[in-house]
Design a protein around this ligand. Structure first.
Ligand SMILES: [Zn+2]
Length: 116
């Protein structure tokens, strides 16, 4: 990656491209996730009562792992697309991204990292 900082326009274009690329993967994962979630309703009825707690704990572990996994993927995607702060290397939330495009400032370290 170049040392020169991006302009707000270039940054917005990179962010847009990243979002467009990630959209299908997100939809696919969301579909799988809901199939698992609804499948779970069926599975729950078939589970013997003495395994219910174990199953419930396992399911919560799955849900939490899913959140961590999804967040990690989003961060990696941002890094690969160069949609990070060049000063503190942090990635952005949706709001942080909009703020960066609008002002050129990072929502994490509040430094100006984009040229106008
Ligand atoms: Zn920063």
């Amino acid at each position: 990656m170049s040392v020169r900082s991006m302009t707000r326009k270039e940054f917005a274009a990179a962010a847009e491209k990243m979002t467009r690329r990630g959209r299908w993967a997100n939809r696919l994962w969301l579909t799988i996730f809901f199939v698992i979630l609804f499948g779970n309703l069926v599975v729950v009825r078939l589970i013997p009562e003495n395994y219910a707690i174990t199953y419930l704990v396992g399911f919560f572990v799955f849900l939490i792992a899913n959140i961590i996994f999804t967040m990690r993927i989003a961060k990696n995607r941002s890094r690969r697309a160069g949609v990070i702060c060049s000063k503190c290397k942090s990635t952005f939330s949706k709001t942080g991204l909009e703020l960066a495009i609008a002002t050129g400032n990072c929502s994490s370290c509040s430094e100006k990292f984009l040229d106008d």
